[in-house]
Design a protein around this ligand. Structure first.
Ligand SMILES: Cc1ncc(COP(=O)(O)O)c(C=O)c1O
Length: 365
């Protein structure tokens, strides 16, 4: 008998299974697979969270006014051009639903962040990938892929999982040559780790174009991943439409309070970023000395190749790190990246463990 079921209008997404085995040596498991910050929030941020959770019977402010005011002061932006959401992931989805539908093409760079295909799937758009060079976005390749159906271009700088980025001058060139009817989204989730005035330049692009949106997050440099809060900066004309697509109370009260406190603790964020960048450079040097190919990262995570440049040895490398040192890393399974693993840059003791375990792995081959 044929079973009659409702017709879904979205392709199913298989959620990847995480490591379910017990660590064989009984070591503590250190999860380096989510590009998180290893430092806990500092006391004033924790105090802001606790203060809010004591009043959890009240909703958070739906338009996140105080967060927007704090962001506007911190980054010298117009608060009326900012929208706060449940992580920048939610805002990428909001943008996708506003600017693309089943007639659209969504353009991304070849190894672009996994959420971009997920958003394209949700809205039924056709995903178009522009080829990269050395795991890095190529602006001319993106421009060559533009068609009359391209409605949205998502670009993460630095990108996840590659960790690479292109200079601000290249994004400016992209902005100049891209037809103005295409929404260009610049995802700066990791930009604090890239240093310099990159973010300021990207915000200036928003202010000088009607089609550019910048997304940012408190999950990475600010270390608030578990609370889920991110934001976007868009031209004023887009804001009411973006609100129409966003849930009403998506950024919870504790996340809002924590974000404001984190912005007040600028020095602590800067110190954390400096430590991660120093460790990133130290790990890169150590792994290169072991003969491991390291893709130059501008973020708080790194993508490195397996010794034989094969998916099989990447699987063995990830299994070795778990079995030998209790380190959980991410196997990049995207087409063309199967021979890499990706891991967060963590505390020096965790990073030492990673370097030592990889040295043993290489030596055992
Ligand atoms: C490139 C990129 N953009 C956006 C996000 C989403 O971050 P969140 O939803 O925590 O703000 C991530 C998370 O890993 C990411 O890698």
């Amino acid at each position: 008998m044929t079973q009659i079921r409702p017709q879904p209008f979205i392709r199913p997404l298989n959620i990847r299974k995480r490591e379910a085995r017990v660590q064989p040596e009984g070591l503590p498991v250190i999860d380096l697979s989510f590009n998180e910050l290893p430092f806990a929030p500092n006391p004033s941020v924790l105090e802001a969270i606790n203060r809010t959770t004591a009043h959890a019977n009240f909703y958070g402010n739906p338009s996140c006014e105080a967060v927007r005011t704090a962001l506007a002061q911190h980054y010298a932006l117009d608060p009326e051009q900012l929208v706060v959401g449940n992580g920048s992931e939610e805002l990428l989805d909001v943008i996708g639903r506003v600017f693309a539908n089943s007639e659209s093409e969504i353009l991304i760079s070849e190894y672009g962040y996994i959420q971009f295909p997920i958003v394209a799937n949700r809205v039924g758009a056709t995903l178009v990938k522009a080829p990269e060079s050395h795991y890095t976005t190529v602006v001319d390749a993106l421009l060559l892929c533009v068609t009359g159906r391209t409605d949205l271009l998502f670009l993460a700088n630095p990108n996840n999982p590659t960790g690479t980025m292109i200079p601000a001058s290249e994004i400016t060139r992209l902005a100049e040559h891209l037809p103005q009817r295409i929404a260009l989204v610049i995802d700066l989730a990791y930009a604090e780790f890239a240093g310099g005035d990159y973010c300021e330049k990207m915000h200036q692009l928003v202010n000088s174009h009607d089609n550019i949106i910048v997304t940012r997050t408190f999950s990475k440099a600010f270390g608030l991943a578990g609370l889920r809060i991110g934001w976007l900066h868009a031209p004023a004309w887009m804001i009411p439409t973006l609100y129409a697509a966003r849930g009403m109370g998506t950024a919870n009260a504790a996340a809002q309070a924590a974000a404001i406190a984190a912005l007040d603790n600028r020095d602590s964020t800067n110190d954390n970023v400096t430590q991660i960048v120093d460790e990133r450079n130290r790990i890169a040097d150590a792994l290169q000395r072991l003969g491991i190919t390291v893709v130059a990262s501008q973020a708080n995570f790194m993508m490195v190749a397996s010794p034989e440049n094969s998916e099989e040895s990447a699987t063995e490398m990830a299994a070795h790190l778990f079995d030998d040192a209790g380190l959980l890393v991410n196997q990049t399974r995207e087409t063309g990246l199967e021979h890499f693993i990706r891991f967060s840059v963590s505390l020096p003791e965790h990073n030492n463990r990673l370097i030592q375990s990889l040295a043993d792995f290489i030596q055992s081959r």
